[in-house]
Design a protein around this ligand. Structure first.
Ligand code: GH3
Ligand code: MG
Ligand code: MG
Ligand code: MG
Length: 299
């Protein structure tokens, strides 16, 4: 593996010394140099940097402390190795460095073999942490999505409806919830089989995703019921969206006729609005759509 290092030092002599140290490890392929911490932060956001190496002098401590503080507060840099190179093994200086969040303090004069071992450990450690993060976000995604349709699942819906209500309440906005329920789906399963039913659910999910905005949250609420949260959307605008969805579902070719009924629940959001309130409103409208013959939108 070849890594990129960012070398921070306020004189070219000090930067050269640090560079020579890194050179000797044989691990670093690319080196970027900079003189001040502000530029270091800019370069960290522009380049793919694996390790930061600073020349630590007591005079530069505040600047370095600020930079490390910024790095440790940002998730993307939280685990970035930051090494401080010092002249001699000044334990006081090292403790100060570790206190502000640096990964390791090394004397510039240390034997190259030891530098190499320590630097490699930090680079590998970061890779391990990044792999864990990746696995963690994959698990989170699985936990919150529906495996058949790829839509968000009920758990995600429950978490986000409350958040959306709070957000819209702060800004005094409208919020709409669409409840989409497929018509006579039990008969469809009984007639064409559950696998054909599953394919229909997938096709409907695609319609819902295609017809909604990125700010909308499309969820599989349960079985053959879907919920769409439309933030900052009035009931009148949502009716247009719902009608478009209804038509697109009816126009799908899944091998048999397929229609949906849609209930629209809308509210100008206040702090007293609860998720149950909005769900009950959309459910009531959905019930009305079913009662009036299905393949309809009601609000
Ligand atoms: P209505 O028009 O009143 O909504 O009638 P319906 O038959 O759709 O209503 P009901 O709620 O009685 O039936 C829903 C059916 O959806 C029953 C269940 O077998 C089916 N279903 C739920 N989840 C799935 C699924 O994951 N795959 C398949 N194929 N069918 C499902
Ligand atoms: Mg149902
Ligand atoms: Mg149904
Ligand atoms: Mg039913």
């Amino acid at each position: 593996m070849a890594y990129t290092a960012l070398i921070l030092g306020d004189s070219s002599a000090s930067r050269e010394k640090v560079a020579a140290c890194l050179e000797g490890t044989g691990l670093i392929q690319r080196k970027l140099y900079c003189k001040d911490a502000r530029r270091a932060i800019r370069w960290l956001s522009e380049y793919d940097i694996d390790i930061v190496c600073c020349d630590w002098r007591w005079q530069a401590r505040e600047e370095i402390a600020d930079m490390v503080g910024v790095l440790r507060r940002r998730p993307e840099w939280h685990d970035l190795p930051v090494l401080l190179f010092t002249r001699g093994d000044d334990r006081e200086l090292w403790m100060a460095g570790m206190e502000i969040g640096v990964s390791e303090c090394l004397p510039l004069e240390l034997a190259m073999q030891e530098h190499r071992v320590k630097i490699r450990w930090h680079l590998k450690n970061r890779e391990r942490i990044q792999e864990l993060h990746k696995a963690q976000s994959q698990l989170a995604r699985i936990a919150l999505s529906d495996s058949l349709t790829g839509l968000f699942n009920r758990a995600y819906f429950d978490a986000s409806i409350g958040q959306e209500i709070a957000r819209c309440a702060r800004r005094n906005l409208s919020l709409t919830l669409l409840m989409v329920d497929l018509d006579h789906f039990k008969t469809i399963n009984d007639t064409y089989g559950h696998l054909a039913g599953d394919r229909a659910l997938e096709a409907v999910a695609q319609v819902l995703t295609a017809q909604s905005r990125t700010s909308d949250t499309v969820c599989r609420f349960g079985g053959e019921e879907f919920a769409i949260i439309l933030p900052e959307t009035s009931g009148a605008n949502a009716l247009v969206v719902a009608e478009r969805i209804r038509k697109k579902i009816a126009a799908l070719d899944v091998g048999f006729p397929l229609t949906a009924s849609i209930g629209v629940g809308s509210a100008k959001v206040t702090n007293s609005l609860t998720p149950d309130h909005l769900i009950a409103e959309a459910d009531g409208a959905l019930y009305e759509a079913k009662r009036r013959g299905r393949n309809r939108v009601e609000s």
